[in-house]
Ligand binder design. Structure first.
Ligand code: CA
Length: 224
């Protein structure tokens, strides 16, 4: 997987490059928008980490240019300003994801992994987090080569969590996406299912993948 990092702050660019390289990505770095457009024209990247605040041509302009060229390359936008307007503008311009600064490197790496995985989804139907795999066609789940039996609802819950590894998922978000509820039924439904899922995918395995963030929700990831 080859990723382009576009960021004029050399220190940040260097941290991001090193973090992604440590995860096995090949990383190219550009410090301005025009170089980024030129690089994207000649190299088939699997994803771009694109800072909005750049000297000269800004990140949103780079993004619009790419989409104008019909490039479908997945783009993760970074911004120092966490303003809703900018996020909406970025997503309207065709960004795939958005991360406000300051961010945790682990969070960025997880987002990039999800982003590049999405770009490879047509090739592969298997979601993977550490040694846990989920086939979205056959609905087969395996961990460490062992088969894991899931009910239909457990499958939906696990698929939802595995599609965005490292993302914090609140109970309400899970109710919406997995149960299609747009209201809180006021039960511990989600907690019960999380517990069942945890027994199946984590109890007999290391490292633990399904984590609880007290008062906030759940996330699935391999702890560094
Ligand atoms: Ca910048």
């Amino acid at each position: 997987m080859r990723v382009l990092v576009v960021e004029d702050e050399k220190k940040t660019a260097s941290f991001v490059r090193k973090a992604l390289q440590a995860e096995g990505f090949a990383v190219d770095v550009c410090h301005n928008g025009d170089d980024a457009l030129a690089a994207a024209r000649t190299t088939p990247f699997d994803g771009i980490v694109l800072d909005i605040m750049l000297p000269g041509r800004d990140g949103l302009s780079v993004l619009r240019q790419l989409r104008e060229r019909k490039s479908m390359i997945p783009v993760l936008l970074l911004s120092a300003r966490g303003e809703v307007n900018e996020r909406v503008e970025g997503l309207n311009a065709g960004a795939d994801d958005y991360l406000p600064k300051p961010f945790e490197l682990a969070e960025l790496v997880a987002r990039v992994r999800a982003l590049t995985r999405r770009s490879g989804e047509n090739k592969s139907t298997v979601l993977r987090v550490a040694d846990l795999t989920l086939d979205t066609v056959t609905h087969r789940a395996q961990r460490g080569g062992a088969e894991i039996e899931l009910t239909a609802r457990e499958y939906r819950l696990l698929e939802f969590l595995m599609r965005s590894p490292g993302r914090l998922c609140g109970r309400m978000m899970i109710l919406e996406k997995v149960w299609d509820y747009d209201f809180d039924p006021g039960t511990n439904l989600v907690d019960v299912y999380i517990r069942r899922l945890r027994e199946k995918i984590d109890t007999n395995f290391q490292p633990k993948l399904l984590h609880t963030v007290r008062g906030a929700g759940y996330l699935l990831k391999e702890q560094p």
